[in-house]
Design a binder for this molecule. Structure first.
Ligand SMILES: Nc1nc2c(ncn2[C@@H]2O[C@H](COP(=O)(O)OP(=O)(O)OP(=O)(O)O)[C@@H](O)[C@H]2O)c(=O)[nH]1
Ligand SMILES: [Mg+2]
Length: 575
């Protein structure tokens, strides 16, 4: 028998698009060293960048050094605004200093798959044909990756047992020697979305058991959620979540090999002419969804400066532009602090009111925030009503999933370099302090105040992780990742005398349903005369006949057990 299992493999980055790794060693805090605020390092950062919509007419890219701008360095530190002064003038142009590193894209264990029109995409990369097709639909090239897919998995069928007898020169009446079926070779449809474990080989004479099949392992990225396929628009039940690299779960156990006639030898039947079919492997459609596994998620209204913040605190280079929904898919960046401390930060697309109902990019990215441990709320201080913007975002998160609003968060009031933002800062701060939240202010574009925001998020992350770790330590319960296989196994091993009978009065058809009895029918090899006798005996012994009689079966009625259809005979009726 061959089984299907899923295995989370470490990936370069969790989403399947280009990865930028651009190690630099800028120090953003040259002008104000502080023991409590270790400088950010930009080492070994992984980042994904996606695409941008075409620039809309009427939008003008602002220059950050217009005469109206107030530089943070011009703003005195007052007890009221509490804003730390950072002179950024000494920051060197990173491109000048470090130049471009060649792109190193590590696609890990992923293989090429075709897209299935019904599947909504597959986890992997498309081939040429699909690429052309999607381009025609006007989807930007960089969006052609999937983080949701539907796959079909089937465990291998067991091999059939055989009927054979020992015939050797000096052993004229040798006993039965039919071997049991076993597991067979692997077969994976690489260019498709079907994963099938190979069937076991059939048994052979001389008590040779069939070869067992190799297991099929479907490799997925950490952060993959595996669901039963949706039925009638309803989201399927979550079966598994593979969060950590190296986790492995057995999904579908392979079918048992059928027994050969040597296994049927008894004291009263020394020459059995019966053997079983191999058990069919279980099969199902699954939906895989890759959720981000970022430590920190940057959320906020469109155009608030989320991507700008990520580009400043990490080596990621997301597209930044002065129009809403520049970011369509999450960007990832690694923020490295001294003392070997790093965190993965995700810049998420802008949230709009109604996002929880799917408005804007809605569900598409709200689900990504579910995995982040800490959130950074970026507020556009130059907006009309920053407080309202803050409340609206919090409400959206809560409406989508109350757990999101319970995550620890940092509020970062952005665009302090603009007078309209600077003017509203103190009232914003006051209002949040009144609710017990201490907001930060920053000018992401000028790289001022961003270190403090990143560090606050990091400290919250550390605190939360410690609490979670100690809570997990108390429970100490190992997670059983094989529960799907266990369930399949349990269903298949239902006792043979546990069944349900239903009757279709119009066609006079009786259906006998039960895991054990159906499995028995499937494994019965009807080419042997003894099989029918054995089956009749089982129907009698496990109470099917008795129950049918009790329920009023009549001569000529049809009785269906699995794939076996029989006609009830009068003689049995009287019995
Ligand atoms: N003046 C000023 N402009 C900023 C600041 N931060 C970001 N911006 C500008 O605001 C605009 C939007 O910035 P993004 O970083 O793309 O904003 P976003 O939140 O990622 O936007 P979406 O991806 O569309 O949700 C860009 O033109 C940035 O240059 C800031 O601190 N000061
Ligand atoms: Mg953005």
């Amino acid at each position: 028998m061959a089984s299907i299992s899923v295995h989370a493999v470490p990936l370069h980055r969790p989403c399947l698009t280009q990865a930028h790794a651009r190690p630099t060693t800028r120090n953003l805090r040259k002008s104000k060293p502080n023991e409590d605020f270790p400088a950010l390092r930009f080492g070994g950062g992984d980042a994904t960048t996606y695409t941008r919509l075409p620039q809309r007419d009427g939008f003008v890219e602002p220059t950050h050094h217009s005469p109206n701008e107030v530089k943070l360095s011009d703003v005195p530190t007052t007890p009221e605004n509490g804003y730390p002064l950072v002179d950024d003038s000494s920051i060197e142009d990173e491109d000048q200093v470090f130049g471009e590193m060649p792109l190193k894209i590590d696609y890990g264990e992923f293989e090429d798959f075709d897209e299935d029109p019904d599947s909504g995409g597959v986890l992997g990369f498309e081939d040429e044909e699909v690429e052309v097709e999607v381009k025609e639909k006007g989807v930007p090239a960089v969006m052609r990756c999937f983080d949701q897919t539907k796959i079909y998995v089937k465990a291998g069928d067991g091999g059939n047992g055989v009927v054979a007898f020992r015939r050797e020169k000096y052993v004229p009446l040798g006993g039965p020697s039919g071997g049991d079926g076993g597991r067979g070779g692997v077969f994976i449809w690489r260019k498709n979305i079907h994963f099938r474990a190979g069937r076991g080989s059939h048994g052979q004479g001389r008590n040779q058991h069939g070869a067992k099949g190799e297991d099929v392992v479907v490799k997925v990225a950490p952060g993959t959620v595996i669901r039963e396929s949706a039925v009638e628009g309803e989201e399927g039940k979550v079966l598994l979540e593979l969060l950590h690299p190296g986790q492995r779960a057995l999904l579908l156990p392979g079918g048992r090999g059928g027994r050969g006639n040597a296994s049927f030898k008894t004291g009263t039947n020394k020459v059995p002419t019966i053997a079983e079919n191999g058990e069919e492997g279980a099969e199902m459609w699954l939906e895989l969804e890759l959720k981000l596994v970022a430590d920190v998620g940057i959320v906020g209204a469109p155009n608030a400066g989320k991507s700008t913040l990520l580009s400043v605190i990490s080596a990621a280079q997301p597209t930044i532009a002065n129009y809403p929904f520049t970011t369509l898919l999450p960007n990832l960046g690694v923020v490295s602090f001294d003392y070997d401390a790093t965190m993965v930060v995700a810049d998420l697309p802008g949230l709009l009111e109604g996002a929880h109902r799917g408005f804007g990019l809605g569900h598409e990215f709200l689900r990504h925030t579910e995995r982040c441990t800490v959130l950074i709320h970026v507020i556009d201080g130059s907006g009309q009503q920053p407080e309202y913007e803050y409340d609206a975002i919090r409400l959206e998160l809560e409406l989508f999933n109350p757990e999101l609003s319970e995550k620890p968060f940092v509020v970062a009031y952005n665009k302090m370099d603009l007078p309209e933002a600077y003017e509203k800062w103190s009232s914003f701060k006051k209002s949040l302090l009144a609710r017990g939240i201490e907001p930060f202010c920053m000018s992401a574009a000028n790289r001022q105040g961003t270190n403090e925001v990143a560090l606050a998020a990091f400290k919250l992350l550390q605190k939360t992780t410690e609490v979670n770790d100690s809570a997990e330590g108390l429970v100490m319960e190992p997670v059983n990742l094989n529960h799907v296989a266990d369930l399949v196994h349990k269903q298949r091993n239902t006792p043979i005398n546990e069944f349900e009978i239903s009757c279709d009065g119009n066609t006079r058809t009786w259906n006998v349903a039960g895991g054990g009895i159906q499995r028995f029918v499937q494994m019965t090899n009807w080419q042997y005369a003894e099989s029918m006798r054995r089956f009749q005996h089982v129907l009698e012994a496990c109470g099917v006949n008795k129950s049918l009689v009790k329920l009023g079966v009549k001569e000529g009625d049809r009785v269906v057990v699995g794939e076996m259809e029989m006609v009830w005979e009068g003689a049995k009726d009287k019995a």
